[in-house]
Design a protein around this ligand. Sequence first.
Ligand code: TYD
Length: 205
Amino acid sequence: MERILRSFVVFEGLDGAGTTTQIRNLARYYEFNRREYYLTAEPTDNPIGQLVRKVLQKKVATTPEALALLYAADRHDHIYSESHGILRMSEEGKIVISDRYFYSSIAYQSVECDPAFVMAINNFPLPEVIIFIDTPVDVCMERIEKRGGEKELFDRVSFLTKVRDNYIRAFSSLPDGVRLITIDGAMSPEDVERAIRSELSSFSL
Ligand code: TYD
């Protein structure tokens, strides 16, 4: 059986789903309650993650498969690096919260790459909890448009619809021991926050 990292919570959702806001709120809540936590995100700020961002911003061109490999390489470093890897923190009992994990690769990269290839390069330890903020594509699009600025490669309706389908498919067959919390992202941010807290507290997280 695949390895499950205890107290490892990952947030997943479409662009504009609200994961970043909700993670920030959760961190504030843990701070208030003096819980030991570590907040992180993918793509990371490390060199491989920075290269990924350059591809998303179209400053560097590559193939979809090479991008999938870059995400996976960034993730390997994110988990296993001696200096900054999250494996040790999770083993020490800290609550590790990541804004995206390999489910993002399964959902996004499988649109353009062979899903079997994406699965094969993403054989990573499993999180204990997945919080899937399921926000309708049109709501995500509105938020993306409001944010303005340069749109990244993936900000497109048909693309996001496929990504959502891939998420739903991936989450329909999770291994035992991985808990999925699906939150209706169309609710107000306050209600989403409340729902996340109440679900996590039932796992003592
Ligand atoms: P993210 O940082 O969450 O978006 P934002 O910059 O808007 O906060 O992620 C950047 C993009 O990368 C986003 O469109 C999702 C995509 N992505 C993948 O396609 N595969 C992956 O494995 C990950 C981690 C992200």
